[in-house]
Ligand binder design. Structure first.
Ligand code: ADP
Length: 159
């Protein structure tokens, strides 16, 4: 079995992300969920908050660990002996960007493979931005985020 990395912003983690984490943990020896610290993107939750939420929701899965990284994904992967990149696909709209990223990573590091996992159709509409949009308007996000982190997520929107 292989060691995989599941990278993303996770700003914040949703049930869609957790579904991909659970399913990949069943087929991989180890899965590192890696939060990208991207200085060009303004995040709602800081790195510590995003890592903490992921640690809480992945606690039941012994072969899943959480980390964060700056810079190139393939450098992180190589330094940590990881040979698979997992990406979730929701719709055709995800495909074009992810396809380009996978080809660039293949060019930079041919020994690392990207695997795409189809979304669970329950979550095909779900993104971190949708969660934040609904929460900011006072809507109920309980069906969209793992219950253990619901309070932390809505904490940003309560006055
Ligand atoms: P987003 O802000 O769009 O939720 P992230 O950068 O946090 O995006 O996503 C990290 C990874 O998780 C990406 O590979 C993305 O395609 C995937 N992903 C996000 N939401 C879902 C979902 N609902 N179902 C399947 N994959 C998802």
């Amino acid at each position: 079995m292989a060691r995989a990395i599941y990278p993303g912003s996770f700003d914040p983690v949703t049930k869609g992300h957790l579904d991909i984490i659970k399913r990949s943990s069943k087929i991989m020896e180890q899965v590192t969920v890696a939060v990208l610290e991207n200085p060009r993107k303004v995040a709602t939750y800081n790195i510590e908050e995003r890592v903490k939420m992921l640690m809480i929701v992945t606690d039941p899965y012994p072969n899943v660990k959480v980390d964060y990284y700056k810079g190139l994904l393939i450098d992180y992967a190589k330094n940590n002996n990881i040979n698979i990149v997992i990406k979730g696909l929701r719709a055709m709209s995800d495909f074009e960007f992810e396809f380009q990223m996978a080809l660039v990573n293949q060019k930079l590091s041919p020994s690392i493979e990207t695997l795409f996992m189809m979304t669970n159709n329950k979550y095909s509409f779900l993104s971190s931005s949708i969660v934040k949009e609904i929460a900011s308007l006072g809507g109920d996000i309980r069906s969209l985020v793992p219950p253990e982190v619901h309070e932390i997520i809505i904490g940003k929107y309560q006055t």
